[in-house]
Design a protein around this ligand. Sequence first.
Ligand code: IPE
Ligand code: IPE
Ligand code: MG
Length: 227
Amino acid sequence: MISPKHVAIIMDGNGRWGLKKKNSRNYGHKQGLKAVEKIITAAIKNNTKYLTLFVFSTENWKRPIKEINYLFYLLSNYIDKKINNLIKKKIKIKIIGNIRQFPSNLKSKIKKVEKLTKFNSKIQINMALNYGSRQELISAINKLKKKSLIINELNINNNLYTKGIPDPEILIRTGNTNRISNFLTWQCIYSEIFFVKKMWPDFNEKDYEMIIKKFKKINRNFGGLND
Ligand code: IPE
Ligand code: IPE
Ligand code: MG
């Protein structure tokens, strides 16, 4: 009956949701951001300590530039509007992924929000930006090579973007799609995976709570035997 410390979410289905509402894919992204706010609240309520959100994958550069720019605009606007609130609510923001290719003004905003929330302790939100598991693993191995460290589990863990963060007990994917899409494959080897039919903008606090409730009933063996 232990509450999960770390919940990771693949927030999928924004585009389809927007089109279904006879609007644009970007409209879906805008509404998706509202769901993000709801779920952060739900996570705090449920005592989640780390919430990892897949915002932009290393493969999402394949999308039309108009959509990519709109996602960057939403993120930039979100930081501007919410930074004080994040500080007030003691929320820590951490980026996982490689933001080197992001527009420079957005990069500085991201760095600023990370710096200003660094010592907050209510909850840590890991925002996966230009994140891909394979890219993360390659970068970790390169770091080991540079430091002349041997390749073992501990050294790899300590050189991933998620260094110091426990593995997610729960992985949620909305959007009625049952795949991992290059997200946290190293970290999720024993995560309980919940594929949700709802598109991300429709995912709400109750859905989150229901998953936590179901999780608490699962017997987790980690390769051992049931007790
Ligand atoms: C997920 O929603 C959000 C991002 C990738 C930024 P999608 O944009 O993938 O929405 P669908 O899956 O096309 O509906
Ligand atoms: C995964 O969704 C990435 C994010 C939610 C940020 P995608 O929509 O990019 O995944 P695929 O392409 O359907 O696998
Ligand atoms: Mg998608």
